[in-house]
Write a protein that binds this ligand. Structure first.
Ligand code: SF4
Length: 249
């Protein structure tokens, strides 16, 4: 059994092709701007007004029954299953079982991860994960303040996956006034230089929808009210695309 809070079909933004995304409960980090505050706790939670409970137990078979409905769409689009959250590695044994079941059904597997788990856990999950969408959220100097921990374990897991031959796409949130800095941009560039097998980098402009969800749950939320601007995102995207195409592999 695992704790999940949603399964969404026909997703286009969480890995290649058309995908079914399983959102898992529980996260070891504490990002100031968390876009899914309802996912942080491993336990189920209910909105203050009682209108909705978030989080329920599910078996691998129950998840796979939903995932397998769209096999034809995966085959025609190059899609598959994505585990998201929360942090799928927070329930790494259950995530392994789900990904393994998908692989046994010849479905492409992808995991969005913040990278914060033991190396042994990543070592185990690697053979059943075709693609990692790996978060880089903040540079060294502000990581602890913005994310709740330093980034040593995260970077060491990124290096481990990279050196083990994993397919990796970086995902970097851009949050106005918090990590939209030259230091963050240079940090991302630096990682791309040091890890030449990384396939791509995707910038994730901040939106403040997490604030509404946090309020409904009575959770504190102290992120900006403004969304990230398209101008800055496009500027970073252009520079990073140039950097990616100029790397020696
Ligand atoms: S890693 Fe994701 S789920 Fe966890 S606190 Fe950060 S934004 Fe929220």
């Amino acid at each position: 059994m695992g704790m999940i809070f949603d399964i969404q079909r026909f997703c286009m933004d969480d890995g290649p092709g058309i995908r079914t995304v399983v959102f898992m409960k529980g996260c070891p980090l504490d990002c100031v701007w968390c876009h899914n505050p309802e996912s942080k706790s491993i336990k189920s939670q209910t909105y203050l007004d009682g209108s909705k409970t978030i989080g329920y137990e599910s078996t691998v078979d129950q998840i796979m029954q939903v995932v397998l409905r769209d096999r034809d769409y995966y085959e025609n689009s190059g899609g598959g299953l994505t585990l998201s959250g929360g942090e799928p590695m927070f329930q790494s044994a259950f995530s392994y079982e789900v990904l393994q079941a998908a692989k046994q059904s010849e479905i492409h597997t992808c995991m969005e991860t913040c990278g914060y788990a033991s190396q042994e856990a990543f070592e185990k999950i690697l053979p059943v994960t075709d693609l990692f969408l790996f978060d880089l959220k903040a540079p060294y100097s502000t990581h602890k303040k913005l994310i709740g921990t330093d980034n040593a374990l995260i970077l060491s897991n990124l290096a481990f996956l990279h050196d083990s031959g994993a397919d990796i796409i970086l995902r970097c949130p851009i949050v106005p006034g918090l990590n939209d800095t030259d230091e963050h941009f240079n940090f991302i560039s630096d990682v791309l230089h040091r890890a030449p097998r990384i396939l791509d980098v995707q910038l994730m402009p901040y939106h403040n929808m997490g604030a509404v969800k946090a309020e409904r749950l009575g959770m504190p939320y102290d992120a900006p009210n403004e969304n990230a601007t398209k101008v800055q995102t496009l500027s970073w995207e252009r520079q990073l695309t140039a950097l990616l195409s100029g790397r020696q592999k």
